[in-house]
Design a binder for this molecule. Structure first.
Ligand SMILES: Nc1nc2c(ncn2[C@@H]2O[C@H](COP(=O)(O)OP(=O)(O)OP(=O)(O)O)[C@@H](O)[C@H]2O)c(=O)[nH]1
Length: 223
């Protein structure tokens, strides 16, 4: 569905426990956008994170933009992520551009089984450069890693492109859930760090964090 930039007219809010109305159930909030060509799996990625489910079957392209909220806790801080799922189709670009400006983080997806979705990443990064705020957190994700038989983009190619742009990179699967939570937790950690670093807190580097957690990804505990 289509909302207006910065409004809360779309998506689903959520309640947490039985907190009184005036007591927010989170400590800070961050706006995250999912970007990438149509069909790379943005909606499935969001639903996997929000509901732990995978939508298989007929592909229904997103129309315009929609959002979901989810609160994650990182190092004792509750971060409310407002996650905007954009339509990848070209005809909706003018709608989605309007939302870039106040996004704090962008998850840019391609499909490891679709070469053009990877080739278009440079164009997406150019759009980000044009419309998003400077310093926005960007993460490159090679989705559909579960479909190894149809892979056309090597993991090293994703790594190389991400290194060129200085952004963290992971392969993911919205189907199996591989690295889905990790991607959002890394973003939440970065947003928390940016919101107010404590004097005794070590500096946080999102790329280092992602690399270290990828190495441990066979188990599921993220710290
Ligand atoms: N095997 C596999 N299929 C996936 C994965 N993610 C998405 N799909 C499938 O890919 C198709 C497109 O997924 P969507 O999430 O709707 O794609 P989208 O990027 O939101 O597309 P637009 O809304 O048009 O921008 C669907 O048929 C999904 O079931 C994945 O990780 N693995």
């Amino acid at each position: 569905m289509t909302g207006t930039p910065g409004s809360a007219a779309a998506g689903d809010g959520e309640t947490h426990g039985s907190s009184p109305p005036c007591s927010p159930s989170y400590d800070l909030t961050g706006k995250v956008m999912l970007l990438g060509d149509s069909g790379v799996g943005k909606t499935c990625f969001l639903i996997q994170f929000k509901d732990g489910a995978f939508l298989s079957g007929t592909f229904i392209a997103t129309v315009g933009i929609d959002f979901r909220n989810k609160v994650v806790t990182v190092d004792g801080t509750r971060v409310k992520l407002q996650i905007w799922d954009t339509a990848g189709q070209e005809r909706f670009r003018s709608v989605t551009h309007a939302y870039y400006r106040d996004a704090q983080a962008l998850l840019l997806l391609y499909d490891i089984t679709n070469k053009s979705s990877f080739d278009n990443i440079r164009a997406w990064l150019a759009e980000i450069h044009e419309y998003a705020q400077r310093g926005v957190v960007i993460m490159l994700l090679g989705n559909k890693a579960d479909v190894s038989s149809e892979r056309v983009i090597r993991s090293e190619d994703g790594e190389t492109l991400a290194r060129e742009y200085g952004v963290p990179f992971m392969e993911t699967s919205a189907k199996t859930g591989m690295n889905v939570e990790l991607a959002f937790l890394a973003i939440a950690k970065e947003l928390k760090y940016r919101a107010g670093r404590q004097a005794n807190e070590p500096s946080f580097q999102i790329r280092d964090y992602v690399e270290s957690q990828k190495k441990r990804s066979s188990c599921c505990s993220f710290v």
